[in-house]
Design a protein around this ligand. Structure first.
Ligand code: 2NL
Length: 339
């Protein structure tokens, strides 16, 4: 029996040395230590032993069990360590691999054109003024000579927060705020996002951008306005660009004009882009209405001023040959990467 036990000890030990999985180790445990295992079978035969021998064999059997249990634990640990090493070999971090390159973006075409416009006016001594997009009806309409029910409000239908608060339809509201707070000389541009309740199509978006300009001082004339606009268009569209003023009506300027520039595609000969006209409309302007000056506490007997509003989106579309305004707002990388 002693020999049988020593053989079980030896067999278990060599079987464990060859076991290469958790399942194999578990099979060995069942084979040697299980209820129907080899060790149990030996112990069953202990009934036939003498009273002296029984405790000795019993003790030996316990030692063999303890030894095998320990060996099983060791085998499991070795296996775990081996598995860890194997995982490291396949999943490990290769620090010599090149890193993922950062994709470097660039300015949105609208921002490019807007930055260019700003720097032209800054070069002429203008300051940049900014204000809220959620605006009081007063600053957007009333102060600009457009009282409630004025027909000109129809062309600038907007989004209403409530009776008195709206999304601004032009950045003139910023200019009104500036004139309220500051006596002339005033020489500012107001770039920014504006809103109109328009149906979306290739040339209309409910959100677009404007750059308005305002100069108020003693003796400011229409000649100053025209000179300023000429300098601006030559800078942004090229030295050969000219302008043409057509009489118009805005409630906030008197006189008012719409301004065309010579077509940037054909140079005035007539083409598809300018619809054979040779001219493209890009902005509106005029001399600030005396009533608007008075609304802001500026004496219209002493001061005069000019103002203009340029569509940034339309200018960007012209400059880059973009034929659908929606492309400017969809943020499709395939489109934006072209600029
Ligand atoms: C356009 C072009 C324009 C103005 C904006 C303005 C601002 C003040 C006073 C007087 Cl504070 N005018 N801005 C003037 C003329 C045209 O925008 O096509 N607007 C519908």
């Amino acid at each position: 029996m002693r020999e049988q036990l020593m053989k079980i000890r030896q067999d278990a030990s060599s079987a464990l040395a060859k076991a290469d999985s958790v399942a194999a180790i578990e099979d060995i445990r069942i084979q040697f230590l299980g209820k129907k295992g080899d060790l149990t079978a030996v112990l069953r035969g202990m009934g036939g032993l003498s009273a002296e021998e029984r405790p000795l064999i019993g003790q030996l059997a316990n030692e063999v069990r303890a030894f095998i249990e320990e060996e099983i634990e060791k085998a499991n640990e070795i296996l775990k360590a081996k598995e860890g090493l194997a995982r490291l070999a396949t999943e490990g971090l290769d620090v010599t691999m090149p890193g993922k390159p950062n994709v470097i973006g660039h300015k949105h075409p609208l921002t490019m054109v807007l930055d260019e416009m700003k720097s032209i006016f800054i070069g002429m001594g203008y300051e940049i003024a900014e204000g809220p997009e959620v605006e009081l009806d007063y600053y957007n309409f009333e102060a600009l000579n457009m009282p409630k029910h004025h027909p000109a409000r129809d062309t600038q239908d907007t989004f209403y927060i409530d009776e008195t608060v709206i999304l601004r339809t032009q950045t003139s509201s910023v200019q009104i705020r500036t004139m309220e707070n500051q006596q002339p000389p005033i020489k500012i541009i107001c770039p920014g996002r504006i809103y109109r309740s328009d149906e979306i199509d290739a040339t209309h978006s409910p959100i677009f951008h404007q750059l308005e300009g305002l100069v108020v001082d003693k003796g400011v004339t229409m000649g100053d306005l025209i000179g300023t606009l000429k300098l601006f268009v030559k800078n942004i569209f090229g030295e050969n660009t000219n302008i043409r003023l057509r009489p118009h009506h805005f409630p906030y300027t008197e006189p008012s004009a719409e301004v065309d520039v010579t077509c940037w595609v054909c140079g005035g000969a007539g083409c598809r882009v300018c619809k054979q006209e040779g001219w493209i409309e890009i902005l509106g302007c005029g001399m600030v209405h005396p009533k608007v000056l008075e609304n802001c506490g500026i004496d219209s007997e002493i001061y005069s001023g000019f103002a203009f509003g340029i569509g940034v989106d339309r200018t960007a579309m012209g400059r880059f040959g973009i034929d659908d305004i929606r492309l400017l707002f969809e943020n499709d990388i395939r489109f934006l990467n072209q600029f």
